[in-house]
Design a protein around this ligand. Structure first.
Ligand SMILES: Cc1cc2nc3c(=O)[nH]c(=O)nc-3n(C[C@H](O)[C@H](O)[C@H](O)COP(=O)(O)OP(=O)(O)OC[C@H]3O[C@@H](n4cnc5c(N)ncnc54)[C@H](O)[C@@H]3O)c2cc1C
Length: 478
């Protein structure tokens, strides 16, 4: 059959009614046959555009060709030349606005399921040897330079892996007791199992990268002290872990959480398994989640799994403007989350003992587009109503973690508190680089990885005295 005639292959999923009762992953993934059939949809374009949409420069056309031929070991090898976290990217990357958006097939039909195939290969490799591989390609010859990475999220892990591959001795300092950043403490198990993040962290460790946990830079050592201790460069990948609140009356009632706290308690600290695990979380009979991004979707779906009877997601625009991935919205709808579109809280209400009992909300309509290009929500006069809820989760965004900026001399920041860095990740301070959410504000896994990769190359060039590539020249591969 001609390639363009083959329909895109969907992944089988846990039934919605069953999965709300567990934290297991929702899609099951492709089997080998489905993967080969899906890869055979690739048009093998002479000048493929899909790669332009991949911030970590995966050679997509070549890996798809290898999958089509059933050469899975070759295919995963091709991906891992530039991407050390394929099982993660295959699950949470917004492919629909990255590689798949650029797929030529997408002009007529649905694009090749590049993300699903990446996930298949990473899982296939783990199925072969119980891990996401060991880094046989890491060079034995070290170059004598030590590099410190602050934060073990996707930015830090990618920067570390690329530098280790180039021969640097890399140490990651992580504030938490586990590596992975948001991948481990934010994104729930049903979207990204912890064992999969751990397997990819282990892969980075197998390159010789050292991890120091419970090590908060800015408290234990400062960035300046790391440089004094002989690190040739420091990469700051501390993310955007500072939750924003709404600043509305009554916001400090008992039962009102930031999404960060709610998800960290449930995910990393296993509150869902209380009292077998130490950390509790309020379950709530009726839960309201405020926001419309992936974080809000994760919080609402977690609330259902914690046993809440009714979960409402309150968003001030319409479904069309929602920033969450379509797949996440769809899964939340299937699972029974109630969507209150064009709705915004104005006041949180609590009982005489200070426990949240709901919020006063107003209805909105959409006006002219604002700075973000999305239509501005405008309050409908007289539309006030009461939305009952005993647990409320605020998921309206996160800001940059301020500790490094506060404790590092001469590091320039923006008005929003993000660290200023050029396109290669250089900050205003010599020897200090930054990337990911700490520079971009809350963004995506793949952009954080791309920033980690650019910074690794810049660190290497600076230490070897090599100039940056000129504009339009393809960047060197790691
Ligand atoms: C709930 C949730 C769901 C998301 N879903 C998606 C999704 O589906 N797809 C997607 O692409 N993106 C998603 N994102 C966004 C994505 O996770 C982030 O853009 C990405 O993780 C940023 O990576 P990072 O490495 O910059 O920072 P982070 O992942 O935030 O990692 C930063 C790390 O630095 C550590 N740290 C901070 N300060 C210090 C310090 N002073 N010393 C030592 N360590 C420190 C932190 O503990 C953390 O481990 C989601 C975000 C959240 C919160």
């Amino acid at each position: 059959m001609p390639r363009v005639k083959i329909d895109r292959h969907s992944m089988a999923e846990q039934d919605a009614a069953v999965r709300v009762g567990n934290f297991q992953e929702v899609p099951f993934g492709y089997d080998a046959e489905q993967a080969m059939a899906e890869a055979s949809r690739c048009l093998q374009c002479k000048t493929p555009t899909c790669m332009d949409g991949c911030p970590v420069e995966v050679d997509i056309r070549s890996f798809l060709l290898a999958v089509e031929a059933g050469k899975f070991a070759d295919a995963i090898g091709i991906i891992k030349n530039t991407n050390g976290l394929p099982a993660i990217c295959g699950r949470v990357c917004p492919q629909e606005t990255q590689c798949e958006e650029q797929c030529l097939l997408g002009k007529k039909k649905r694009p090749v399921a590049i993300g699903n195939l990446e996930r298949f290969l990473a899982d296939w490799e783990r199925g072969q040897n119980g891990s996401n591989g060991d880094a046989k390609s890491a060079p034995a010859a070290r170059n004598g330079h030590r590099i410190a990475i602050v934060g073990s999220g996707p930015a830090g892990l990618t920067c570390a892996a690329d530098l280790a591959r180039m021969g640097y001795d890399v140490t990651i300092f992580e504030a938490f007791h586990k590596a992975g950043g948001v991948l481990i403490y934010g994104i729930p198990e049903f979207r990204l199992p912890k064992s999969i993040v751990q397997a990819e962290v282990d892969y980075v460790a197998s390159m010789g990268v050292e991890f120091r946990y419970n090590h908060v830079i800015g408290k234990l050592d400062t960035v300046d002290e790391l440089l004094e201790q002989g690190y040739s460069a420091v990469f700051v990948g501390t993310g955007a872990g500072l939750p924003y609140f709404m600043g509305l009356p009554g916001e400090n009632a008992i039962g009102i959480y930031s999404a960060n706290e709610y998800l960290t308690r449930s995910n990393l600290m296993r509150a869902y398994d209380f009292p077998n695990a130490d950390t509790p979380v309020l379950r709530g009979d009726r839960v309201a989640v405020i926001g419309g991004g992936n974080v809000a979707m994760d919080a609402a779906r977690t609330a259902l799994r914690l046993g809440s009877r009714e979960v409402s997601l309150v968003y001030r625009r319409s479904r069309e403007e929602m920033p969450a991935r379509n797949e996440e919205i769809h899964h939340a709808e299937q699972e029974g989350v109630r969507f209150e579109y064009l709705c915004a809280p104005t006041r949180f209400e609590s009982d005489e003992n200070g426990w949240a009992r709901g919020m006063t909300c107003v209805r909105m309509q959409l006006g002219e587009p604002d700075d973000s290009g999305r239509r501005r929500p405008v309050v409908i006069e007289g539309s006030e109503f009461f939305l009952p809820a005993d647990v409320i989760v605020v998921a309206i965004g996160n800001g940059p973690n301020p500790l490094i900026a506060q404790t590092t001399a001469d590091i320039a920041t923006t008005k929003r508190g993000t660290i200023r860095a050029d396109k290669f990740g250089r900050t205003s301070k010599k020897g200090v680089y930054a990337g990911g959410d700490i520079v971009l504000g809350a963004a995506t896994v793949i952009l954080a990885m791309g920033a980690g990769k650019s910074a690794a190359r810049a660190i290497d060039r600076d230490l070897r005295g090599i100039p940056d590539p000129v504009e339009d020249e393809p960047a060197a591969t790691a």
